[in-house]
Ligand binder design. Structure first.
Ligand SMILES: *Cc1c(COP(=O)(O)O)cnc(C)c1O
Length: 344
């Protein structure tokens, strides 16, 4: 085996979906955009649908079409980017539900696909997607008459429970939706953890399903084992890797492993990063290069055949911390060269 092995535990994803549903106590959807946060939307979606998930969310219509093919006709698939120009055939053929973001999208939708289901996305303050309150006021009688599937909005700061933005957005969402007889949804993973007043009729977790923060009690989902290509002895004063950026201070054993930044192991994590071997931490030394990483294995008692980057000992958020980024980016950066193994 010459490439690293990325193991994806589909049972852990189901466990996380159930755990978030238990916290929310309302219908719990699943966000599988960006190919299921890099873990394969078709496999994740199929497994979650078998476990009972009935609401899926993707970013764009093309992702929805691929997901529909995998999970079959039953579950609803909603599209965050709404009804964009050129989407009509895809939305119709794959029976996708666009989450309409603007008056322009609403007009496009009713013209191209009259009678086709849609939801409404409202801007409660994040200023990224969704109708403005005044747009919604102008449109809402017409939109409500056609029975939208959901009224939704998205929180900007839900990973910080003490942030005043959370309540501010909740009040703005209430102002736009209170008393209307349509299911409502405000929360992703972070909002689901803020409490029952953020649950409304449906929550839409993504990252928490895949084992990432802010779902601190998540079951780990991914394991990444990287094979050792060779191990050499270096003497004090010798250097390792591009730019001579690491110099041996003692007689050292250096392992070279078969993954690098072309596999999404972000170059910026460099020498802050650790690998693990069993319960022992192994420091990365020198620079992360395209296909290779070097590690100091001097203190190991045995000769490892592979070293682990992600798993029981290091979460996606731990590894994100090495590179100054977030677990979401680590997951969605994982490259195409790994041997992927899905445990179900
Ligand atoms: C990505 C996204 C989600 C899921 O967010 P997580 O933080 O991954 O749980 C939910 N809703 C919208 C609108 C999103 O863009």
């Amino acid at each position: 085996m010459s490439t690293a092995v990325l193991t994806i535990d589909l049972n852990a994803i189901v466990a996380n979906w159930r755990a978030l549903g238990k916290i929310a106590q309302v219908e719990t959807g699943a966000v599988v955009k960006a190919d299921g946060y890099g873990l394969d939307a078709a496999k994740v979606g199929t497994r979650l649908a078998a476990a009972g998930a009935r609401q899926f969310f993707v970013a764009v219509a093309e992702e929805g079409a691929r997901l529909r093919h995998a999970i079959g006709p039953g579950p609803q698939i909603s599209v965050f980017s709404g009804h964009m120009a050129g989407d009509a055939d895809t939305l119709r053929d794959a029976r996708l539900t666009p989450l309409i973001n603007s008056v322009d999208q609403m007009l496009r939708h009713v013209e191209a696909l009259p009678g086709h289901p849609f939801g409404i996305q409202l801007n409660s303050g994040m200023n990224r997607l969704g109708m403005q309150p005044n747009e919604w006021s102008a449109l809402r009688e017409i939109a409500l008459a056609q029975g939208p599937t959901v009224l939704m909005s998205h929180l900007a700061c839900a990973d910080d429970p003490s942030h005043e933005m959370n309540d501010r957005q909740r009040r703005a969402f209430d102002d736009m939706t209170e008393g209307l007889d349509v299911p409502r949804s405000l929360s992703a993973t972070g909002g689901t953890l803020l409490g029952p007043e953020f649950a409304y009729d449906m929550v839409r977790p993504g990252i928490g399903l895949y084992g990432g923060l802010p779902f601190i009690d998540a079951t780990p989902v991914v394991t990444l084992d990287i094979p050792v290509i060779q191990i050499r002895d270096v003497q004090p004063g010798e250097t390792v890797g591009y730019g001579n950026s690491w110099t041996a201070r003692r007689p050292s054993r250096v392992a070279t492993i078969a993954a690098g930044y072309a596999d999404g192991l972000i170059r910026a994590m460099g020498p802050q990063a650790w690998l693990t071997h069993g319960d022992t931490k192994v420091p990365v030394i020198g620079r992360v290069s395209m296909d290779l990483i070097t590690a100091d294995v001097t203190d190991l008692n045995d000769t490892p055949e592979h070293l682990q980057l992600l798993g029981m000992h290091q979460s996606v958020d731990t590894v994100a911390g090495f590179a100054g980024t977030i677990g979401y980016e680590v997951l969605t950066s994982l490259g195409h060269r790994y041997k992927r193994v899905w445990r179900a």
